[in-house]
Design a protein around this ligand. Structure first.
Ligand code: ATP
Ligand code: MG
Length: 590
């Protein structure tokens, strides 16, 4: 969640997001800002000059004032052109920053430890990312568009005050600035906590909303719509109360700022009237003092608004960097010196004394001293009751989770392989197939690092026994699948995931309940294709299955219970031996 960081630190980080070209342009943008702000001061000065001339000279000819009018026209036209150029520069910088920032956040999230995603809801991350990106871009625009003009106008007003008013009156007039600024800083510091709280509450609600939409069928089947609506309404009311607390505080500080201005305007009038009555200043100066005071409060209010929005955007930018600077997952750490490559001796896998606990619950052992040797080309089956650690074991083998003990792939320790090298060797079909909202073609060729022809994809689909189903879809391989494969049956989703594997022809194939939703015919076709892959490419296959018939042709089956391997053997042997496997086969144990 959003953590605080210093303004300067955030400024440096945002600057770091800009491409070199943009960074070089930065001083130019600031220069244009200052020029434009200074030019804006020229028109009132020129008008003042003209007025003075009219007042001091009896007959002012139009020709004599024409040069001044021309100067006003040119200054304004030039200023508008500068503003357009500046705006384009600023928009270019802002969009470049947004592009880079989005990419950096995506890279950070995609390489973050998996435990991060188990402790943060998807919608929460998504909502935070969008809001914090918007805030970061707004921060840049505030700095490059609004801040400098407000400061320059403010400085111009202060200079005019000291130029046109007697020193003691001038000092009195500008006292409104430090008091007002003190109030704004107080406002910012007291509201920071609640701003972070509001941000986190909104992110929590985004998380719930996405979670609900993901389970829409279950919610409908349970007739839970009304219940969920009430739950959302309750949380929205909590959010509203927090927001109102914030708005009340903001209104209070705005009121203080208004009182500050009102008190000082009365003081300025009172003091200058007093001085005029004593003959220290002229009566005209009383009027000038009041006018100068009103000239000052305009930019002051603008600066206060900018500072307040700055504070809000800084909270968002802090949150953005919290997302963009997530720690790197252990499996992305550089395994060897650059350029060095791991050369495994075959596709065998060896595990020695492998133990594992999820980082969120380090005291709960999930795998206990697993020893397992899977020679190249072996078809290993894993069976065992639900929750005994089967999926955890294969996650550890694919380095998705970090275990203690020794794991070797082709005789080389697993941590010597880079993520890319592992992906080249191992194909994992998880318990829940991953389907992207894209065409069937792209789903099957997903993750391939080379161009793939339609014929290759068709051949892979045939091996996964899904080709006939695809041909029936409108547009066949161009048919766009819904998010998560919602417009496919469970078995079709599994077969698409299997087709992906047949296309890759991996050296090691890991299947986690990958055929659990298939009919017997499809399963037979796929099993025989896996056998072929094993024969032709020497692929090592690890298959987890609850439906024990899936494991009938395995070279060896290991049976797990409570994180340990408790039985090993061939299908027929295990079925005859008293133990978990026989109980499962007889339907006594699921
Ligand atoms: N992120 C996690 N944090 C803590 N415990 C977890 C986590 N993920 C899974 N577990 C626990 O680890 C144990 C093993 O889970 P695993 O998914 O490996 O079981 P499994 O044998 O594959 O079960 P199934 O056959 O139901 O798929 C379970 O008790 C589960 O509750
Ligand atoms: Mg599992």
């Amino acid at each position: 969640m959003a953590k605080s960081g210093s303004g300067a630190g955030i400024g440096r980080k945002i600057f770091g997001l800009l491409p070199k070209k943009q960074k070089e342009r930065f001083p130019l943008i600031i220069f244009l800002l200052v020029v434009s702000a200074v030019l804006s001061q020229l028109t009132p000065l020129a008008v003042g000059y003209l007025t003075d001339r009219i007042l001091s000279e009896a007959n002012v000819s139009f020709r004599s004032v024409l040069p001044v009018l021309l100067v006003i026209l040119i200054v304004n036209v030039v200023n508008e052109i500068i503003k357009v150029v500046r705006r384009l520069f600023v928009e270019d910088t802002a969009t470049q920053t947004e592009k880079n920032a989005r990419r950096r956040a995506a890279a950070s999230l995609l390489t973050a430890p998996l435990s991060y995603f188990r402790s943060h809801m998807t919608g929460n991350i998504h909502g935070r990312l969008n809001r914090s990106l918007e805030g970061t871009v707004k921060l840049i625009k505030l700095l490059l568009m609004d801040f400098a003009p407000a400061v320059t106008t403010g400085i111009a007003a202060v200079v005019t005050i000291f130029f046109r008013l007697p020193f003691p009156v001038a000092c009195f007039v500008i006292l409104v600035v430090p008091v007002g600024t003190f109030i704004v800083f107080r406002q910012i510091s007291t509201q920071k906590g609640i701003r972070v709280e509001l941000l986190n509450t909104k992110a929590g609600m985004d998380g719930t909303m996405v979670e609900l939409l993901g389970g829409i069928e279950t919610i409908r089947a349970l007739d839970g719509a009304k219940f969920e609506e009430e739950r959302i309404a309750e949380r929205s009311e909590e959010l509203r109360e927090k927001e109102m607390k914030h708005h009340r505080a903001m209104a209070f500080y705005d009121c203080l700022k208004f009182i500050n201005e009102a008190v000082f305007s009365v003081l300025v009038i009172g003091v200058s009237v007093l001085l005029a009555s004593k003959g220290t200043i002229s009566v005209g100066t009383v009027l000038t003092a009041y006018l100068c005071f009103t000239q000052l409060t305009g930019p002051l209010r603008e600066l206060h608004r900018i500072l307040d929005e700055f504070a809000e955007c800084t909270v968002l930018a802090n949150d953005y960097f919290a997302l963009a600077e997530l720690p790197l997952d252990f499996s992305y750490e550089e395994p060897r010196k650059a350029g060095e490559k791991a050369f495994p001796d075959g596709n065998g896998i060896e595990l020695k004394d492998v133990s594992f606990a999820y980082p969120e619950k380090p005291d709960q052992a999930i795998l206990r001293e697993i020893c397992l040797c899977i020679p190249q080309g072996m078809f290993l089956g894993i069976a065992g009751p639900s929750g005994c650690g089967k999926s955890s074991l294969i996650k550890v083998i694919d380095r998705l989770e970090q275990a203690a003990g020794k794991i070797e792939l082709g005789g080389i320790p697993l941590d010597r392989f880079s993520r890319g090298e592992l992906a080249e060797q191992i194909a994992l079909v998880p318990q829940t197939p991953f389907i992207v909202a894209d065409t069937v073609f792209h789903n099957i060729s997903y993750g391939m690092r080379r161009d793939v022809s339609l014929d290759e994809v068709k051949a892979a689909a045939a091996k996964a026994n899904i080709a006939a189903d695809i041909e029936k879809l409108p547009g066949a391989y161009d048919f766009v699948l819904a998010e998560g494969g919602a417009n496919l049956s469970g078995g079709q989703r599994q077969r698409i995931a299997l087709a992906r594997v047949f296309l890759r022809r991996p050296k090691i194939l890991i299947l986690d309940e990958a055929t659990s939703a298939l009919d017997n015919t499809s399963e037979r076709v796929i099993q025989s294709e896996i056998e072929k892959l094993k024969e032709e490419a020497g692929t090592t296959v690890i298959s987890i299955a609850h439906r024990l018939s899936t494991l009938q042709n395995c070279d060896e089956i290991v049976v797990m219970d409570a994180g340990r391997i408790v039985q090993r053997g061939k299908f027929d042997e295990l079925r005859e031996t008293p133990g978990i496997f026989r109980d499962m086969a007889m339907g006594v144990l699921k």
